[in-house]
Design a protein around this ligand. Structure first.
Ligand code: T3D
Length: 259
């Protein structure tokens, strides 16, 4: 039972809903911990084959709750990030299942960084992204300086971080910041349909794709080739691999179980 988030599992999908709608779902210390815990729980649960992160109410997430840091000067921001945000962001990577950010409204500051740390971003046409850090004299954190240039390129990343300008859902799709935009009225249905599709695929293979591709961002070709060989050995020993090949040979649709 959580205080600041909702966690529900159904049809192979864990939906994590940030649940402080009157504060635009802004982060508190409790929320940072609860998200980390929910991701660990989803990783452990064999019934979960896809995770969807979304926000209650109008917003996805407005970043750090600024009422916690009002005054600024007395806050040890380094410690704040090391204790609260960095473990949470690392958990997104450690979770070897696909994570979808279902961005229902504005994603600002660390809320935008968290969306970037997800593997897939789906946006409502009412969503927007604000790299709000500069507006309060701060640097993008929570992985913002890592993910943003890798997703949209360094030129666009610097522009968004230096200006703090709002990016609409339409523009986000154009620059590759999101994968799909859906109508506001059907947004969660559309996002869950996307999640159901991912949840029906070979979960272990997808976990290995995630790990190998993120590692590949950090490695040269030779090391990546070696890691691919290692990952393929593991993927090749899964039941889903056998089922995929058998189904192909039998000319039928595969029935993947995530094992
Ligand atoms: O320790 C550290 O701080 C280091 C870690 C930093 C991580 C960070 O995330 S730093 C960046 C923090 N976030 C921001 O600076 C964003 C601040 N918010 C905004 O810029 C805007 O509110 C939005 C762009 C998100 C949305 O704009 P808009 O016009 O749609 O809504 P609004 O009227 O500004 O806000 C609606 C309500 O949400 C409002 O409350 P009220 O007046 O209706 O009672 C507003 O105060 C509240 N709200 C929005 N963002 C935050 C917030 N309350 C607390 N903290 C927030 N971050």
């Amino acid at each position: 039972m959580y205080e600041t988030i909702l966690y529900e599992v159904s049809e192979g999908i864990a939906v994590v809903t940030l649940n402080r709608p009157d504060k635009f779902n802004a982060f508190t210390a409790v929320m940072n911990k609860e998200i980390t815990d929910a991701l660990k729980q989803a990783q452990k649960d064999a019934d979960v084959r896809c995770i969807v992160l979304t926000g209650a109410g109008k917003a996805f997430n407005a970043g750090q709750d600024l009422s916690d840091v009002a005054g600024g000067g007395d806050v040890d921001y380094g410690a704040f990030l090391r204790d609260r945000y960095n473990p949470m962001i690392l958990q997104f990577q450690k979770t070897e299942k696909p994570i979808i950010a279902a961005v229902n409204g504005v994603a600002a500051g660390a809320g935008m960084s968290v969306a970037l740390a997800c593997d897939i971003r789906l946006a409502s046409e009412k969503a927007s992204f604000v790299n709000a850090f500069v507006n309060i004299g701060l640097v993008p954190d929570s992985g913002g300086c890592y993910f943003l240039p890798r997703i949209v390129g360094i030129g666009k990343a610097l522009e968004l971080a230096m200006t703090g300008e709002k990016v609409t859902a339409e523009e986000a799709l154009r620059i590759g910041l999101v994968n799909q935009v859906y109508p506001a009225e059907s947004f969660m249905e559309d996002a869950l349909a996307y999640a159901r599709k991912l949840a029906s695929l070979p979960t272990k293979g997808i976990g290995l794709i995630k790990r190998t591709m993120y590692k590949g961002l950090e490695m040269g070709l030779e090391e990546t080739l070696e890691y691919e060989a290692f990952a393929q050995e593991a993927a090749g020993s899964t039941e889903d691999h056998k089922e995929g090949v058998t189904a192909f040979m039998e000319k039928r649709a595969p029935r993947f179980t995530g094992r």
